[in-house]
Design a protein around this ligand. Structure first.
Ligand code: GAR
Length: 206
C-alpha cells in the first residue's frame, strides 16, 4: 500500500502528503533542481531524477519514468506539481491509480496560469481539483474539490496562496481515499465510499 510522488518544483504538496502520514516510498522529478527533492532527501525518502531533456521523445521519457516508478511497485502514483504532459500509453499503464492536483475548479481553467485566468475571467469562486489522470489533459474523473472566494483586490500571488492552503488539505485526504480503496468510478464519475467524508471543501474565510 504505497505511493510514488512525481514532482517538478517546490514540492509543497509533497510535504503535505508526507506530513499527513501517507506511505510515500519514492519521489521522482523530471528536474534535478526541484526544491522538493531536497525535502524528500532530508526525510530519508528515495529520490530519483529522470531529466526529460535527456530523451528525444515523450514516449522515451515516459518509458524511463515508468521503469523508475515500477521499481517501487506502488499502489498509486500522485502527480504533485509534475509539469509534464503524459503519453496515452503511460496513462493507460497506471489507469485508475494515477492522480493529479490541479489549481482550478475543473473543468474551468485546464492548463497553465490558472490563477491569472481566473482573475481575468472575473470568477467569484476559484479553487483546486484532485482528479484521476487520463489521456485527456486535466480532464479525468474528478475525485474532490476545494473552493475559495476570489476577493476584489486579489493579486495572482494572493489567490494562488489561498488556493494552495486548500490543496494541502484536499490532496492528502483524496489520496487516503484512493489508497484505502474508497473510490469507485461509475460512468466517468467518482463516488467516494465513505459516507462521513465530504468530497469538497469550502473555505469562505480563507
Ligand atoms: C500546485 O499549485 C499544483 O496544483 C500545480 O502546481 C503547483 C505545485 O506546487 N499543478 C499544476 O499546475 C499541474 N498542472 P508544489 O510543487 O508546491 O506542490
Amino acid at each position: 500500500m504505497s505511493l510514488v510522488v512525481l514532482i517538478s518544483g517546490r514540492g509543497s504538496n509533497l510535504q503535505a502528503i508526507v506530513q499527513a502520514g501517507l506511505p510515500v516510498v519514492a519521489v521522482i522529478s523530471n528536474r534535478a533542481d526541484a526544491a522538493g527533492l531536497e525535502y524528500a532527501r532530508k526525510r530519508g525518502l528515495a529520490t530519483t531524477v529522470v531529466p526529460h531533456k535527456d530523451f528525444a521523445t515523450r514516449e522515451a521519457f515516459d518509458e524511463a519514468l515508468a521503469r523508475e516508478i515500477d521499481r517501487h511497485a506502488p499502489r498509486a502514483v500522485a502527480n504533485a506539481g509534475f509539469m509534464r504532459i503524459l503519453t496515452p500509453g503511460f496513462v493507460a499503464r497506471y489507469a485508475v491509480r494515477i492522480v493529479n492536483i490541479h489549481p482550478s475548479l475543473l473543468p474551468a481553467f485546464p492548463g497553465l496560469d490558472t490563477h491569472a485566468r481566473a482573475l481575468a475571467a472575473g470568477v467569484k469562486l476559484h479553487g483546486c481539483t484532485v482528479h484521476f489522470v487520463t489521456a485527456d489533459l486535466d480532464g479525468g474523473p474528478i475525485i474532490a474539490q476545494a473552493a475559495v472566494p476570489v476577493l476584489a483586490d486579489d493579486t495572482v500571488a494572493a489567490l494562488a496562496a489561498r488556493v494552495l492552503r486548500q490543496e494541502h488539505v484536499l490532496y492528502p485526504r483524496a489520496l487516503a481515499w484512493l489508497l484505502g480503496g474508497k473510490l469507485v468510478i461509475l460512468d466517468g464519475r467518482v463516488r467516494v465510499e465513505d459516507p462521513d467524508e465530504k468530497q469538497f471543501l469550502f473555505a469562505p474565510d480563507a
